[in-house]
Design a protein. Structure first.
Length: 318
């Protein structure tokens, strides 16, 4: 069995090679929130908040129990051997979904991306294959874009950020392999969809320049400069930028004998040593951001456990 959150929450039956049809949108929300806290009990109050928010019905606990019962039955139908040891169980004041990390597609995605990042500079071809495999796991917005409550919405936002970072790494790897013509169209779409992500914009400048489209590269570069300077421009807004990746890739391009000048030289930037240091810092920031997202998820899980324990103690003392 596989559990999927990189898209609408889903159960996948590996034996029959099919997705399990859940009975309602509430079932998908319930599955999603149990998966984002996989291995930890989710308090009843948190589940009700995720499913209904401020519009919870008068008998929300009974309605939740009905959804839990149906989801448990669907899990048993996929794995009849676990009828006496169901994955979805009541635990304390909430419910717990038992699954191994390798059964969750988001874990597989993160493992493959981590492997690719380790090989990005030494073996960009291998990194490209791993990143493409990881990105194929996505079926749409994570957790269907999030649910009514903060748990799924927060995790969905973090997963989307990780997807964009993986796309940035994939474009980096492709440019290292000289595949600028293959990625220039995709980069144009990514810049249009995510205009505040300067890394995509830097990569687009480089790919356009390598394709001989100097005027278009200059226009994109000028837009980036206006953004960094906080100057008004068509659809622009002041944002923090690190305009360095094209310099790094341009220098690699030059040392491989494919181009006659580095991108830094062609764009009038000769502060190579400082820019390479900025590049290393930007890469480190990306890594720390990913690690911070993981730590935040763990902190949220531990806080929920502490809150549940405190709630149980209050009930016992009463």
């Amino acid at each position: 069995m596989q559990f999927r959150v990189l898209g609408p929450p889903e159960i996948y039956d590996e034996v029959r090679q099919r997705s399990v049809q859940l009975t309602s949108p509430k079932q998908r929300v319930l599955l999603g929130v149990l998966l984002v806290r996989m291995g930890s009990p989710v308090p009843t109050e948190a589940l009700i908040n995720e499913l209904w928010g401020r519009n919870a019905p008068d008998k929300a606990i009974n309605a939740l129990q009905a959804h839990v019962s149906r989801l448990r039955q669907q899990l048993i139908e996929v794995e009849p051997s676990r009828a006496n040891t169901p994955r979805l169980v009541a635990r304390g004041s909430g419910y717990l979904l038992q699954a191994r990390p390798d059964e969750l597609d988001s874990v597989q995605f993160r493992l493959q991306v981590a492997r690719a990042q380790r090989q990005l500079e030494s073996d960009p071809q291998a990194a490209t294959l791993l990143l493409r495999k990881a990105l194929k796991l996505w079926r749409g917005p994570a957790l269907d874009g999030g649910s009514h409550g903060p748990l799924c919405s927060g995790v969905a936002a973090r997963l989307e950020e990780e997807r964009l970072l993986a796309l940035e790494d994939l474009c980096d790897a492709s440019l290292r392999l000289g595949q600028h013509r293959q990625v220039v169209g995709q980069l144009e779409e990514l810049v249009a969809a995510h205009p505040l992500r300067e890394r995509f914009r830097d990569q687009l400048v480089l790919s356009l320049q390598r394709c001989g489209r100097q005027g278009e590269a200059r226009a994109v570069r000028d837009t980036s400069r206006r953004r960094r300077a906080g100057e008004p421009g068509p659809g622009s807004a002041p944002v923090r930028s690190a305009h360095v990746r094209q310099i790094h890739d341009g220098q690699r391009w030059h040392t491989q004998g494919v181009a006659q000048h580095t991108v830094a030289e062609e764009f009038g930037d000769t502060s190579g040593a400082g820019d390479l240091e900025l590049l290393r810092l930007r890469r480190r920031v990306d890594q720390l951001t990913s690690e911070q997202n993981t730590l935040r998820s763990e902190v949220e899980r531990l806080v929920a456990l502490v809150e549940e324990g405190a709630s149980g103690q209050r009930r016992d003392s009463a």
